[in-house]
Design a protein around this ligand. Structure first.
Ligand code: UDH
Length: 287
């Protein structure tokens, strides 16, 4: 019998490579303004690259990190629209595999930024195997897309040059606004404090935690780390808390008992929009 050779064509499969260290499509300095009003629907139409929940991952390479963006939130819908309009395209150019989590404090009790960020960590970890967490205020827009929303060897402070501080650090140990920690870095400091109710001090506490665990802070330079803040009045129920500065001295003592290991909250609702995952949460706030 004659032997017939049959050629079986190999299935067309694309082998993805790891994304490069420097994303190729970055543009550098950005033009940002807050005078144009956009509806959420208009923003949605522009972000046709997103998947349900405010998710994106680069189609042509494997992202270096899986990043959860965590935003503490209550009643700042005008800021939210600006933030989504500017940040999604930046994060796409940065080739991040990411999801945006808006952590919305339920009720009218005293606001607690750091506790909401802990909730964001815990809820994000239930959904995906994130290895990096970027924590951002809703009112801060980067002015340069080379300021990478990812994690580094050390915990990173990204918002080093805000317009409201004349594009400078207000003090040397400042850790406010936008920061990133890998899962390991976050767990090494037992997450963030849950006990800073009202405005002030929690960012300095986080800085103390990092220092007391022997880690240093990584930062972009002042030119790359520029931010524009959306001007606003002080919110209701987020008055400066005069006790918070005193707590700071005890930060390295309290950190073992106050953090992700002592976090208590109740999820009220999870809504997945194409622009974000919106999690409303009761954090047992004092009235
Ligand atoms: N946040 C809310 N809702 C609130 C309070 C805070 O969403 O009611 C979130 C939001 O992400 C915000 C972040 O928490 O960006 C930090 O709060 P903040 O913007 O009040 O803090 P910041 O230090 O401003 O930026 C302090 C008040 C400035 C008053 C200036 C009056 N001229």
């Amino acid at each position: 019998a004659s032997q017939e050779k049959i050629e079986i064509p190999a299935p067309a499969k694309q082998i993805l490579e790891r994304c490069p260290d420097t994303p190729p499509d970055l543009v550098g300095p950005l033009y940002v303004e807050f005078t144009v009003e956009r509806t959420l629907d208009e923003v949605r139409k522009e972000m046709n690259f997103l998947k349900e929940g405010g998710r994106y991952k680069p189609p042509d390479c494997i992202a270096q990190q899986k990043v959860a963006l965590i935003i503490p939130f209550r009643n700042r819908y005008d800021h939210l629209r600006h933030w989504l309009y500017y940040l999604h395209p930046i994060l796409k150019r940065q080739q991040v595999d990411y999801t945006v989590y808006i952590i919305n404090q339920d009720g009218e009790g005293v606001f607690n930024r750091a506790k909401l960020m802990n909730v964001g960590y815990a809820e994000a970890m239930k959904q995906y195997d994130y290895d990096c967490f970027v924590f951002s205020d809703i009112d801060l827009i980067p002015l340069d897309d080379r300021n990478l929303y990812r994690c580094f060897e050390s915990p990173r402070h990204l918002a080093v040059a805000m317009d409201k501080f004349n594009f400078n650090m207000p003090y040397d140990t400042f850790f406010g606004g936008v920061s990133s920690l890998s899962r390991d870095q976050y767990l090494k400091i037992n997450g963030f404090p849950n006990t800073y109710w009202g405005w002030g001090g929690e960012d300095d506490d986080i800085h103390e935690r990092i220092k007391s665990r022997g880690m240093t802070i990584s930062r972009p330079d002042l030119a790359t780390g520029k931010y524009k803040m959306i001007r606003h009045q002080r919110d209701l129920h987020n008055e400066a808390n005069p006790n918070n500065p005193f707590k700071l001295r005890l930060a390295s003592l309290n950190m073992n008992a106050d953090g992700i290991n002592s976090l208590r909250y109740t999820v009220k609702a999870i809504v997945k929009d194409v622009l974000y995952t919106f999690i409303t949460v009761d954090i047992e706030a004092p009235q």
